[in-house]
Design a protein around this ligand. Structure first.
Ligand SMILES: [Fe+2]
Length: 284
């Protein structure tokens, strides 16, 4: 299970910009991402369960599903504004309708009334981790979208519980295929507010604490300390941390096998992998 921050400028900053014009951290950023990619490659996955959130591209405050699963043969995975602003190339991802259907039913059976979409379009919350961890985009995906953007939001505990349920269903999937789960979210983050584009992320203390909690599998401390209000205090988009909690939920309360991070000029990137025991089809 991989949990990572996503940064839409990764490709542009590290590869598409001429070397002499790149930011000072570009080479280090690329090295860290490529090292992280190995943790997914080594698991030799056949299908990816991808966790992300729609950035008000197709869901809005009037009708934003708390939790949604896509069930399609193919997904268009780049919006035009992402091509224009971030230079993200167009992507089409194959879907895995059988696993989507199995997860949908399994989550309904476990008390999660998931919304389902047959016309979902993915955005950079999915395609950024594809670019960083599986740039060939050669595996079928099952996208799961969460509401981290349009309050009122589900609670951190609910994100954790959904992760646990997703894991149960994946483990119960009668298939020889290897499933990896890759999700992206945020540490402290400010979008369009007064704390954006500072010298660090908006709350470096929270960032250090969050990485410590996640890497130790310390869900008790997270549920004791992390609330909607506390995340708002760490930055107006810090609620994306809940997708990282969800990923730890898929892994379980275990220590991470790989932890790395990178201080970019206005945010902290995090790269974390949990490698549970090889039970059933889940290896990473
Ligand atoms: Fe984002």
């Amino acid at each position: 299970m991989l949990a990572t921050t996503h940064h839409p400028f990764y490709l542009k900053a590290t590869q598409l910009t001429p070397p002499e014009e790149r930011m000072p951290q570009a080479d280090e950023w690329r090295r860290k991402v490529e090292a992280y990619r190995e943790t997914l490659t080594a698991a030799e996955p056949d299908v990816l369960v991808m966790v992300g959130a729609d950035h008000f591209h197709q869901f809005f405050a009037d009708n934003y599903p708390a939790f949604l699963i896509g069930k399609q043969p193919i997904y268009d995975a780049t919006f035009y504004n992402e091509e224009r602003e971030f230079s993200i190339p167009p992507f089409l991802l194959q879907g895995h309708e059988e696993l989507s259907g199995f997860l949908l039913q399994g989550l309904l059976d476990r008390g999660f009334d998931m919304a389902v979409s047959h016309e979902l379009k993915l955005d950079h919350s999915i395609i950024c981790p594809i670019i960083t961890t599986r740039p060939d985009a050669d595996l079928p995906v099952v996208p799961i979208y969460t509401n981290i953007f349009a309050p009122p939001l589900p609670s951190p505990k609910r994100f954790w519980q959904l992760g646990r349920a997703i894991r149960e269903v994946i483990d119960a999937w009668p298939s020889d295929l290897t499933v990896a789960a890759v999700g992206s979210g945020h540490l402290s983050l400010e979008l369009g507010g007064p704390r954006q584009f500072g010298e660090t992320g908006p709350d470096p203390v929270f960032d250090r604490q969050a990485i410590e909690w996640l890497s130790k599998g310390n869900i008790e401390a997270i549920l004791e300390n992390v609330t909607f209000e506390s995340m708002s205090g760490a930055g107006n988009a810090t609620h994306g941390f809940m997708d990282l909690i969800l990923m730890m939920g898929i892994a379980g309360p275990i220590e991470a096998s790989y932890v790395d991070d990178l201080d970019l000029f206005h945010t902290r990137e995090m790269y974390m992998t949990w490698t549970p025991e090889q039970d059933g089809a889940v290896l990473a």
